[in-house]
Design a protein around this ligand. Sequence first.
Ligand SMILES: O=P(O)(O)OC[C@H]1O[C@H](OP(=O)(O)OP(=O)(O)O)[C@H](O)[C@@H]1O
Ligand code: HPA
Length: 184
Amino acid sequence: MLEKLCDSLLNAPIVRRGEYYYFIHPIADGVPFLEPDLLEEITDHIVQIADMDVDRIIAIEAMGIPLATALSLKTGIPFSIIRKRSYELDGEILLSQQTGYSKGELYINAIKNGDRVLIVDDVVSTGGTLMALITALKSMGAEVCDTVVVLERGEGVSRMRDMGFEVKTLVRISVDENGVSIED
Ligand SMILES: O=P(O)(O)OC[C@H]1O[C@H](OP(=O)(O)OP(=O)(O)O)[C@H](O)[C@@H]1O
Ligand code: HPA
């Protein structure tokens, strides 16, 4: 299961970002290129495990976008992108994003009270991005029906679960200077 994803991870190059060993992979970076077969394998799997009875798929810029696009084409469900820039629209919500290697801002638009949403993203590491997003969506009155992330590394998911956030992941990995390993 998820053979293409697992095989491709074993060849991912590693670069250092400060203290963080950053893996470079098609699904997490779009580099060197994303094969349609790999995207299909992943999104077919997501459709099987996720609650797809939602009004909207929510993708985090940038690398949630190919996932949401493929899922939207498969299911007919529209998607919204949580952007890294402001549109200054009424009701726009700003959240601060902190990952293991960067700090930034994310902007939520066009979510209204009662919307049923599915969040998709490529990687969860510290869990900082997802926890901030889920909290903000709930405060806007959205029902976060499911959260699915392709790759899990580090302690973010267990931290999220300890704090009452639910998240499904496809593959758990560890990363060091030698490369990516797949965990059971
Ligand atoms: O669990 P965390 O520590 O919060 O890290 C996870 C986030 O980091 C990456 O986003 P990044 O900001 O690098 O954006 P990108 O999608 O543009 O690569 C990834 O796509 C997640 O959104
Ligand atoms: O190591 C990583 N690589 C790509 N995307 C990521 N998002 C969080 N960590 C990573």
